[in-house]
Design a protein around this ligand. Structure first.
Ligand code: SF4
Length: 322
């Protein structure tokens, strides 16, 4: 790993000043960034620790039921927070299933949302779209953990569990940049270009930070689940995951993880059919098939479609009776 300067700003203004140069990067728990630096995949000269910025670790519950998560809120704190557990259970469960206790105690929500691909070609420095090359080594290679949606050019999946739940909950990512320029990005747009952007998987510009994540009041409560299939059974990334939500107003939203370069929202028409009444086995099978109709597995990951169908069926049957 190359030497770097460590900054510990106390205010967002100081953090943005430290991030003004192109060779700087925001630091959360470092559970992914420091690994990529050790692997030689990132070489920032300045690391700006966001965990000591005023308010960055706060979880603010408002009177209207909406919640603001500071960018440096730890994953463990999300999983344990009583309001998140009661009102945003899909997010609490997704956080609980992230990595190991040590990783959850170190990792922050901003860092988790912005982690780089786990693709083994990228991580081992094979030249590819994300790594200085022009093609994707996974297409004709070992692609069992790669995407079944999206069509490339990069087929790496996004590894965040909370991002999947946050997409089902219609969260908004609050970005802060130079001169206090703020913009709110619906999380469904946060990963736009993830499959084609060689530098990152998000719409964050150089010098911007994830200041907070907003959970809307309309997504609080109802019936919420997060299910995750892992190869090792625990302490692992998702092969396939599913956040499923039936809101208090009856709207059903389902989002798959582990299957695309970004969380993959199931076609809303499927959710409408789930919301319309109690399903039987046959109709749940048909809806799962419809939800996956545009999946195009690579040579070695067709099993993901089978796993996704099973997760969808179980969730849809439960939600239709909720
Ligand atoms: Fe590179 Fe993406 Fe292909 Fe992996 S899936 S080899 S990160 S282009």
């Amino acid at each position: 790993m190359k030497d770097f300067h460590y900054h510990r700003p106390a205010t967002s203004t100081d953090a943005l000043a430290a991030l003004a140069t192109a060779d700087s990067a925001p630091l959360g728990g470092g559970t992914d960034l420091l690994v990529t630096m050790k692997e030689g995949l990132a070489e920032p000269a300045h690391l700006v620790d966001m965990r000591y910025v005023r308010g960055a670790r706060d979880i603010t519950v408002r009177a209207d039921g909406s919640v603001r998560l500071g960018g440096a809120v730890r994953i463990a704190d999300l999983a344990a927070h009583p309001v998140i557990r009661e009102k945003f259970a899909a997010l609490a469960e997704a956080a609980r299933l992230v990595g190991t206790p040590a990783l959850r105690n170190m990792g922050t929500i901003a860092g988790n949302l912005c982690q780089r691909p786990r693709c083994w070609y990228y991580r081992r420095g094979v030249a590819c779209l994300k790594n200085g090359g022009t093609g994707c080594a996974a297409v004709a290679g070992e692609n069992q953990y790669h995407a079944i949606f999206g069509g490339g050019p990069c087929h790496a999946v996004h590894a965040s569990d909370p991002a999947v739940a946050l997409t089902a909950l219609e969260a908004t990512v609050e970005l802060l940049g130079a001169n206090d320029a703020r913009r709110s990005v619906p999380i469904g747009e946060f990963y736009a270009g993830a499959a084609s952007n060689p530098r990152a998987e998000t719409v964050i510009a150089q010098g911007e930070i994830v200041e907070a994540v907003e959970l809307p009041a309309r997504s609080a409560g109802g019936t919420q689940r997060y299910a995750k299939v892992m190869q090792r059974g625990m302490w692992d990334f998702a092969l396939v995951s599913l956040a499923s939500v039936k809101r208090a107003d009856g709207e059903v939203r389902m989002v798959l993880g582990g299957v695309a370069p970004a969380p993959h929202a199931v076609n809303p028409s499927v959710g409408e059919d789930v919301a319309s009444g109690e399903l039987d086995d046959e109709s749940a099978d048909a809806l799962a098939e419809r939800a996956l109709y545009d999946a195009v597995p690579l040579s070695k990951n067709g099993y993901k479609a089978t796993q996704a169908a099973a997760l969808l069926k179980r969730a849809m049957l439960a939600l239709s009776r909720a």
